[in-house]
Write a protein that binds this ligand. Structure first.
Ligand SMILES: NC(=O)c1ccc[n+]([C@@H]2O[C@H](COP(=O)([O-])OP(=O)(O)OC[C@H]3O[C@@H](n4cnc5c(N)ncnc54)[C@H](O)[C@@H]3O)[C@@H](O)[C@H]2O)c1
Length: 341
């Protein structure tokens, strides 16, 4: 098979191998290099795939012939690695969150534009067929006026020690919210708690306000007995629940509601529950395909799907605000007053 795109993957921990598997499954594409500072991580790969060059010298990837570089390392390293890759003329896919602060993210976006290279962020859930189905329902007005959205991303772990739970998990939910709604919040309030590690908050609640009165609430936690990955959308015509942990019924639409002005008293509507058929494709596969297509068609934009570069940064602006807000005295319970844009 003729190969026209080659990739280097930096970071061979939990997520790097999953990205490599998906890149390798794309037609005429191949992962040719893998780099990690830890040689022990690379050892099994070197034995299994002799065709892949492995290295602990990360610069080898930048100096190589690969067209695209994927960065799946701890967040604190993203900025430096992405900057070096762009400066060496590589197209770059960085795992979420793009960087550890907004200033670094803006610098990378400007650099990518200057170098005329793709810079993409791995907001994987925007590629989920269930999220896209929910987005269509909202855009077609089938849920009516949206009052509120609740997003929950809870589990026991994985504990990180370089970032807090907001910076680790909330970028997923912020990106889903902005993608579903196509509008940005004007206000954010955060409450974060550090229970197990000093300085690092493991439970957090974010409240987001929008100009039209819509609200959104994000609950993220590394300290919860159940694995929950759920987004609930409350509309005045229908309500919908996207449950990422339930493959058979990932999206449910409830014909439920209430009318408080009914005569006499309040009238409740308990209608049918619909479970739309979802043609499932692994979101990470679609994300990798999008990266490859962007490189092949030389779409020089800094986002996925042609959005303006700035809107790509909005999840980061929000997460960054939350992160600053949760610094405080570095332990115990923290809360912030509303931050307005
Ligand atoms: N999109 C998603 O759904 C998703 C899921 C999981 C993780 N992620 C993201 O992927 C990234 C990696 O997460 P992970 O869970 O795989 O972490 P991990 O700790 O399992 O793996 C990170 C790897 O990077 C290596 N490393 C550290 N510093 C390095 C450097 N400077 N150069 C090269 N290698 C270095 C480590 O040795 C380790 O092997 C994070 O940004 C995380 O947020 C995204």
């Amino acid at each position: 098979m003729q190969i026209d795109l080659s990739f280097g993957v930096i970071g061979w921990g939990y997520w790097g191998p999953k990205i490599a598997r998906n890149l390798d499954s794309l037609p005429q594409a191949k992962v040719t290099m893998v780099a990690d500072l830890d040689a022990r991580r690379l050892a099994p790969l070197s034995m299994k795939h002799s065709g892949i060059q492995t290295t602990t010298q990360i610069e080898d990837v930048f100096r190589s012939e690969v067209d695209g570089v994927v960065i799946a390392t701890p967040v604190r390293t993203h900025y430096q690695l992405a900057k070096q890759a762009l400066l060496q003329g590589k197209h770059v896919l960085v795992e979420k969150p793009l960087t550890a602060n907004v200033a670094e993210a803006e610098e990378l976006v400007a650099l990518a534009q200057e170098q005329r290279r793709i810079l993409m962020v791995g907001h994987t859930f925007e590629y989920s067929p269930a999220v896209n189905e929910l987005r269509k329902l909202i855009q077609r007005g089938e849920l009516g006026k949206i009052y509120s959205i609740e997003a929950e991303r809870l589990n026991l772990g994985l504990f990180r020690n370089d970032i807090n739970v907001i910076w680790d998990l909330a970028p997923h939910d912020v990106s889903i919210l902005l993608y579903l709604l196509g509008k940005r919040p004007v206000q954010v309030e955060v409450q974060a708690h550090a229970h197990l590690q000093r300085h690092i908050h493991d439970i957090a609640h974010l409240n987001l306000g929008f100009t039209d009165g819509m609200t959104a609430h994000i609950h993220v936690s590394w300290l919860h007995p159940c694995k929950i990955r759920r987004v609930t959308v409350i509309g005045d015509a229908r309500m919908a629940v996207y449950d990422d942990t339930n493959p058979a019924e990932m999206l449910k639409i409830y014909n439920k509601g209430a009318d408080v002005h009914a005569d006499p008293g309040v009238s409740y509507r308990f209608g049918e529950v619909t479970i739309p058929y979802i043609d499932w494709i692994e979101p990470l596969h679609l994300e990798c395909e999008d990266f490859a297509t962007a490189i092949r068609t030389s779409l020089v934009h800094c986002t996925y799907r042609g959005d303006a570069a700035k809107s790509d940064l909005e999840p980061l602006h929000l997460s960054a605000t939350a992160r600053c807000a949760s610094r405080g005295p570095n332990k115990g319970t923290l809360s912030t007053s509303a931050h307005n844009w």
